[in-house]
Design a binder for this molecule. Structure first.
Ligand SMILES: Cc1ncc(COP(=O)(O)OP(=O)(O)O)c(N)n1
Ligand SMILES: Cc1nc(C(=O)O)sc1CCOP(=O)(O)O
Ligand SMILES: [Mg+2]
Length: 224
């Protein structure tokens, strides 16, 4: 099991354009992990199965060293293969068109982390929660450089999504300027691609994001 609490904090997502080869991918992810991630997602939309397996396996080993769960985007078969190899902390993220969450839960068992994209829809969130999701992802909340075409969502949705009792992920254009706003609106996890992997220093960037969250939490505690 992972040593850290994965249910709150910074959730970094890889990008094959920003990190085009193994050395860049692993170097940037190791730096981000040193900065203090709650979760790392391997997101590679290519059909290069050999590369996807090699990279996912290397990331799973890296995440195990840091006690942070690796989440694989879209690909249940890849997650199952990694878990057979002993990477028991590897989980899955599914969008609305990525197959049945209920079936993924049956195949991966009760302990696997399985996340669901809910866009701006509480009905999607209700179904995902009933089907066994571990977290619910909403967005996009801001202008996204990685996925500008993702449907927009407004922050007030996050408070209403609290009724499901699952960690809420905010995604889409999150950065150090707006992270505390999304956190204040109810997101326990802040997912981002460009803010972490679009710059030169993922470690410093994740440290700064964690500081933003800490400062925000301290302000809140001070007020009550
Ligand atoms: C944490 C998180 N939230 C949302 C998504 C988007 O998933 P999806 O809608 O399936 O789109 P793709 O990422 O597959 O293009 C995500 N990957 N992670
Ligand atoms: C993969 C993805 N899904 C989104 C959604 O809204 O469902 S937004 C997004 C991209 C997030 O990247 P960035 O932090 O660079 O905006
Ligand atoms: Mg998907």
């Amino acid at each position: 099991m992972s040593a850290n609490d994965w249910t709150r904090g910074i959730y970094a997502i890889t990008d094959a354009v920003l990190l085009p080869d193994d050395a860049q991918l692993l170097g940037a992810c190791e730096a981000a992990l040193r900065g203090g991630l709650a979760l790392l997602q391997y997101r590679d939309k290519s059909t290069d199965d050999v590369r996807r397996w090699r990279q996912a396996r290397a990331l799973a080993a890296l995440c195990t060293e840091h006690g942070v769960p690796l989440i694989v985007n879209d690909d249940l078969a890849l997650v199952r293969r990694l878990r057979v190899e002993g990477f028991n902390d590897v989980g899955l993220h599914l969008g609305q068109r990525d197959g049945s969450l209920r079936e993924a839960r049956e195949r991966l068992g009760p302990d696997a982390i399985i996340g669901a994209t809910c866009h701006a829809r509480l009905d999607f969130a209700a179904r995902a929660a009933a089907d066994g999701a571990s977290y619910l992802a909403f967005g996009r909340f801001f202008v996204s450089r990685t996925k500008p075409e993702a449907p927009p969502a407004s922050l007030e949705l996050l408070a209403r999504a609290g009724r499901f009792g699952l960690p809420r992920v905010a995604i889409g254009g999150i950065d150090s300027d707006n992270a505390s706003t999304a956190h204040a609106a109810g997101a326990e996890l802040l997912a981002m691609v460009h803010a972490v992997f679009g710059g030169k220093d993922p470690e410093a960037c994740v440290r700064e994001l964690n500081l933003c969250l800490k400062r925000h939490a301290a302000k809140f505690i001070h007020r009550i």
